[in-house]
Write a protein that binds this ligand. Sequence first.
Ligand SMILES: C[S@@+](CC[C@H](N)C(=O)[O-])C[C@H]1O[C@@H](n2cnc3c(N)ncnc32)[C@H](O)[C@@H]1O
Length: 394
Amino acid sequence: MQCDYFDAGLCRSCTLLDRPYPVQVAEKEARVRDLLGERHAPSAWLPTLTGPESGFRNKAKMVVGGTIDEPTLGILDGRGQGVDLRGCGLHTSGIQEALPTLAAFVTRARLLPYDVPRRRGEAKYVHVTESPSGELMVRFVLRSEQALPRLRSELPWLLEALPRVAVVSVNLLPEHKAVLEGTDEIVLTDRETLTMQLGGVDLELRPQSFFQTNTAIAAGLYAQAAEWVDAIDPATVWDLYCGVGGFALHVARPGAGRTSRHAHREVVGIETSEEAVASARGSARRAGLEHVRFAADDATRFATGASTGAGPSGTGTAPPELVIVNPPRRGIGATLAGWLEGSGVEHVVYSSCNPVTLASDLDAMPSFDVVAARVFDMFPQTPHLEAMALLRRR
Ligand SMILES: C[S@@+](CC[C@H](N)C(=O)[O-])C[C@H]1O[C@@H](n2cnc3c(N)ncnc32)[C@H](O)[C@@H]1O
């Protein structure tokens, strides 16, 4: 992929850009193999799943910089000044097309870009997500509600200029700190969710929920997990760190395409974000899935509570036959890994965005063999990747 911003030294985020794509893919797979080592070598290595090497990012998180009349949407340089990256080739074409209009909206609504060195201004970020059908969710991260009336009054212009915009919200981030959003969200449109259509499953996405960055690769990831789960055919599954329910909803129908021993599969999804849980419940309801339940809880607390039936989450639920985990970069950690090790769970599907913590978590689960593993190139042009392993109790 050629990038003018990279060539001009304006942005160096894509640290692998000067490596041919097949070399990037081979190096990522070698890194995961190396980290898993002999002790976790899978019986089967499946070929790395790749997708388009540009135009794949379904979400843009752009820093607003510059001035009201000449705003930049991109990153900040070393001096805290805005660098415009609205043409970034990683983003989907719909996002690339929308960014100039969103910059024009910053000017129209007189949203003063937040000046980080001086700690002055209102507009901090614009987040844009594109669904597979081309609809957009736009979120303005503002320091306060001061500019909200102007933003509201100019909203009809934005919706006319970008008819594909389905959801618009304002997120409030009053603190001067290096995070991408705050906790308070004000939705300005009638619609509150964007529908991400993936492999026959519609996932509702609310503004504050995590969604896998690369829609095509996410579809492949969920399809692979569903294939493994269907081959095992468990009656009960937990999806821990479930987000908006991608894994849970893909495995909820037993035996899609093959014979199942069960009339239905009981699936429980656990996730700390209330917004994501609300999204997941909405998707399950719309799909008519009655045996899928989602709860807002800490994954470790939920699991350890279930093992005794008397934990803080008060679940009283017996451990399931199969557990899916898809934690943040820090991994599942020693407590949950230790619980899985000592539980009666027969199979685990571990999807990880950090092979270092994947390997250390597997070290804490020595009773499991890695049956199969696969790398998913979710983040071309960067060293980041997703790796998924199917584990079976020995
Ligand atoms: C890598 S994302 C995976 C989301 C989901 N599985 C998917 O495919 O979109 C990790 C998720 O874990 C959630 N999370 C973070 N810490 C958690 C915890 N202690 N317990 C449960 N969920 C947690 C985050 O909110 C986020 O949605």
